[in-house]
Design a protein around this ligand. Structure first.
Ligand code: NAD
Length: 268
């Protein structure tokens, strides 16, 4: 039985993670951390009225509850503090919060080493298996098309733009192609061509009614190839979150993305 603590337990993702953990036979929801609903039990909120796990803001609760894996779905502004705290207290972490930079990932690696490798961390900007495959298919297609643009679409409460998935996809496209892209960039309305990551134009749509969606449009002579993934419900992320919770205790160091946890064949 893995004892799990959820940071951001009362948020949209956090509640669903709490419910999924409480429903899993091999996991125990041992701690719920959030800055809202402090003192309330998380049980009734997630459809488990008998589960008495009080919500607290104090990370010390993770130690008292003997949490082995802490899951973070909070906010880009606090996630690094949470990860640092967990690594310094030898607690494994699964990070779903997006917005981490390459420097943040380097910091996590260095901290794990400095603390003697007593905790492991998995950071995944997208836990939906379909989104992992979308990125992979895009990387497979990249060498065959001279141009590509990414349109990512999310609900209007999302704190960061572009999405972590769009950034990761853009990097993988450039890596698969071997060089940066060069496309037209003239605009008469500022920003209309989107952000530019090594020549990959990234467009972020934020609207109520959306969950998490992404299109990768590759362009070539007389043809385009569109690869699209839609998370129409947050439950799409749960199989990946469960996979990461179960895997993190036995994956030393920092793991970025879900790919290493899936038994995928090497890219051609
Ligand atoms: P949300 O705003 O609904 O929930 C965030 C929760 O964190 C809130 O309950 C808030 O009170 C809590 N929180 C914020 N700061 C805190 C602090 N300092 N201490 C304690 N609690 C704090 O957001 P959400 O939609 O659940 O998304 C959370 C994060 O997960 C975002 O970064 C989002 O982009 C990311 N996300 C990732 C995936 C993925 O597959 N990796 C999927 C969906 C969302």
């Amino acid at each position: 039985m893995i004892r799990v603590g959820v940071m951001g337990a009362c948020g949209k993702m956090g509640q669903m993670v709490c419910r999924t953990v409480a429903d899993a036979g091999d996991l125990r929801l041992a701690a719920a951390i959030d800055r809202s609903r402090i003192g309330q039990s998380i049980g009734p909120l997630i459809g488990h009225p008998k589960l008495d796990v009080p919500v607290t803001e104090e990370l010390d609760r993770l130690l008292e509850a003997e949490v082995e894996v802490a899951v973070d779905f909070t906010h880009p502004g606090v996630v690094m503090d949470n990860v640092r705290w967990c690594v310094m207290h030898a607690i494994n972490v699964v990070v779903g919060t997006t917005g981490l930079t390459d420097e943040d990932l380097e910091q996590i690696r260095a901290l794990i080493d400095a603390e003697g490798g007593e905790s492991n961390v998995i950071v995944a900007p997208n836990f939906a298996l379909g989104a992992v495959l979308m990125q992979r298919f895009a990387a497979m297609a990249a060498p065959f098309f001279p141009a590509v643009e990414i349109i990512e679409l999310h609900h209007d409460q999302k704190a960061d733009a572009p999405s972590g998935t769009a950034l990761a996809t853009a990097r993988r496209l450039v890596e698969a192609r071997g060089t940066a892209y060069h496309g037209p960039d003239g605009e008469t309305l500022e920003g209309v061509r989107g952000g530019d990551l090594e020549g990959v134009r990234v467009h972020s749509v934020r609207l109520p009614g959306l969950v998490a969606h992404q299109e990768v449009i590759l362009g070539g002579q007389g043809q385009t190839l569109t690869i699209r993934h839609d998370s129409t419900d947050r439950s799409s992320f749960m199989p990946g979150v469960l996979m990461a919770i179960r895997a993190v205790p036995r994956r030393p160091g920092l793991t970025v993305g879900l790919d290493p946890l899936l038994d995928l064949p090497p890219l051609p």
